[in-house]
Design a protein around this ligand. Structure first.
Ligand code: ARG
Length: 582
């Protein structure tokens, strides 16, 4: 309701501007607050006081003009001037009650699908296959997943692209090592059970033996020129590595499949063409033996030109070259209107550069929206990028296991009477949800500290708290012997807390749309957290089972039902499953 009133006030300002009561060039911030005392209406705004200077009128006089020019709305019963120039607004709670009823009957909870469906490509997860997924890939995977789910829910056509790093010089080293092990009669899959160990061993061989290093370099050349044996070895490595990733996605509940993998190697055949096309449009320059694009917009700190390197002197292509090819594919073949890149903030310059090169070279149209959705670093409590106790990069798989173990210890401690199998199920879900929610609830662009203790807390904006809030409503229904789908009567909003809860429920739409627009799932987390908090105070103030009348009881249970459904739907958009019992 608050936003609807804000919109109404915006329309009023537009009217005042057309009538030249307010100057056009002003920037007017519309603040609407809830009143403390219902006798003063439901909402209040200081708009007249904030704009009276611009209007050159006394605040109370301007307040009256605002009220007189407010477009008629079924939401507002009346508006009154108060004190030095506040405007108090009395809402029509019947309308709000009707909106609640309608949302409850709608499986989309009243959220409309967009009218203009866009095709949106999401570049997400995208680990380098030479190594095991680490904590940095958590962010790209879970944030990308939540934003994709939200956009999909609103009706857009979503295409997920896992732009894995499956090409490049390090593969020579890995293939040389695979070959060596094969010659010793050891099978690929058992050797690659732990990619981290495998990588380190290969690197060890590379550093210790000149002969091995030469073989590795030759293998890269062979691979790039399409030697079938080499490709077969590479394919085996890739399959195993992707299977590792898929295991993680399944555990995390991230909606990526092997069909979404479109790695760097997929663009290989187009790279020469990229170079030729850049050459043809005259923006490629030879510089210190490499072929580069120089953009006026990018300079080094000392003002030197900053190149985007496209091809090295040995003929090798770069990360940027592949991204240029991928952009063309995404526009021309996938028909993207928007492309969202969920990639570490430290790659911001890379994306600014390649987006600009792509537009300058007319690889993509001016209309396509290329958006880097940067995210901050996951930190340890020492304030440095998160590492394991032994100082290694933290493997994502191990972190998930630890979260689940810690969750199990908590469940055992809280409810020792539970059946061990149920404990496990709860702990597995809570462990994963906690890791995901801790990540999603932080502003995407900030760094955050990875802390099991924080993420598994029962209080505060955590997964445990949210899951509990949902399970509690389910248990209230069970206790009352009521079915969410079979409530009768109509919603009546009388108590202040009922109105507050109803108003918050109607803001779900806005929260989902904000995530879709800005790619910032923490906005949805904050919304759900506030909703759960408001539900708690409603529940304390307004008896449900012991309501004064049957009408009131049904009405309050309807509010509870919509709260549960909203929490569940909201968590689902974040990629988090709920529990009926905890
Ligand atoms: N593989 C890269 C990395 O791990 C991320 C790729 C991001 N996507 C892209 N189109 N460049 O840093």
């Amino acid at each position: 309701m608050k936003t609807q009133i804000q919109q109404l006030l915006q329309q009023t300002l537009d009217v005042l501007i057309t009538k030249k009561i307010l100057p056009e060039e002003g920037v007017y911030r519309i603040q609407v607050d809830r009143t403390k005392d219902k006798a003063h209406g439901d909402l209040s705004t200081n708009l007249a006081m904030m704009t009276c200077k611009a209007a050159k009128k006394p605040p109370r006089e301007l307040a009256q003009l605002i009220i007189d020019n407010m477009p008629a709305s079924e939401l507002v019963i009346k508006a009154e001037i108060a004190g030095p120039g506040f405007i108090n607004i009395f809402l029509n709670s019947n309308i709000l009650a009707q909106q609640i009823e309608a949302a409850l009957l709608d499986e989309r909870l009243g959220i409309a699908k967009v009218q203009q469906v866009q095709t949106i490509v999401v570049d997400m997860s995208s680990p380098n296959l030479a190594k095991e997924m680490h904590v940095g890939h958590l962010r790209s995977s879970v944030i990308g997943d939540a934003v994709t789910r939200s956009l999909e829910f609103l009706g857009h056509k979503m295409i997920r692209q896992n732009h894995v790093g499956d090409w490049g010089t390090q593969f020579g080293m890995l293939l040389a090592y695979m070959e060596e092990l094969r010659a010793q009669g050891k099978s690929g899959s058992s050797n690659l059970a732990d990619l981290e160990v495998f990588y380190r061993a290969a690197k060890g061989r590379f550093d210790e033996s000149e002969e091995f290093a030469t073989r590795a370099r030759n293998l890269v050349v062979e691979l790039q020129s399409g030697n079938p044996q080499c490709l077969e070895l590479w394919q085996e490595f890739k399959d195993i590595s992707i299977a590792h990733c898929q295991e993680i996605y399944d555990r995390l509940g991230v909606a990526l499949t092997t069909a979404d993998v479109k790695g760097e190697s997929a663009y290989n055949d187009d790279l020469k063409q990229v170079v030729d096309d850049l050459e043809a449009c005259g923006i490629l320059e030879q510089s210190q033996d490499a072929k580069c694009v120089f953009l006026d917009e990018f300079k080094t700190k000392t003002g030197e030109p900053l190149p985007v390197i496209i091809q090295k002197k040995d003929g090798g292509f770069l990360y940027a070259t592949t991204d240029l090819a991928a952009m063309r594919y995404r526009q021309n073949v996938l028909k993207a209107d928007r492309v969202l890149y969920f990639v570490d903030a430290r790659q911001a310059l890379h994306f600014q550069q390649v987006f600009m090169v792509a537009k300058k070279a007319k690889f993509v149209s001016q209309q396509i929206s290329l958006e880097h959705m940067p995210f901050g670093t996951v930190m340890g409590d020492d304030g440095k990028p998160f590492k394991t106790r032994s100082g290694n990069v933290a493997k994502l798989a191990d972190l998930l296991t630890e979260a689940q173990q810690r969750a199990l210890a908590l469940v055992q401690q809280k409810s020792p009477e539970k059946d061990p199998q149920e404990m496990r199920q709860i702990a597995d879900l809570v462990g994963i949800a906690s890791v995901k929610y801790a990540d999603l609830s932080k502003n995407r662009t900030s760094n955050y500290v990875f802390s099991f203790d924080q993420m598994l807390k029962f209080e505060g904006n955590t997964a445990t708290y949210m899951l509990y809030a949902y399970a509690r409503i389910v248990s209230i229904f069970n206790k009352a012997g009521l079915d969410m789908a079979k409530l009768e009567g109509s919603v009546v909003l009388e108590h202040e807390k009922e109105l507050e809860l109803a108003g918050k429920l109607m803001q779900f739409d806005e929260a989902v749309n904000a995530v879709a627009r800005l790619g910032n799932p923490h906005l949805l987390c904050s919304y759900l957290f506030e909703l759960a908090g408001i539900f708690s105070s409603f529940y304390e103030a307004c008896p449900l089972i012991k309501a004064e009348s049957e009408t009131q009881k049904q009405s309050r249970f309807k509010l509870a039902a919509l709260t549960a459904k909203t929490l569940q739907q909201g968590l689902d958009l974040l990629g988090i499953k709920t529990l009926e019992r905890m």
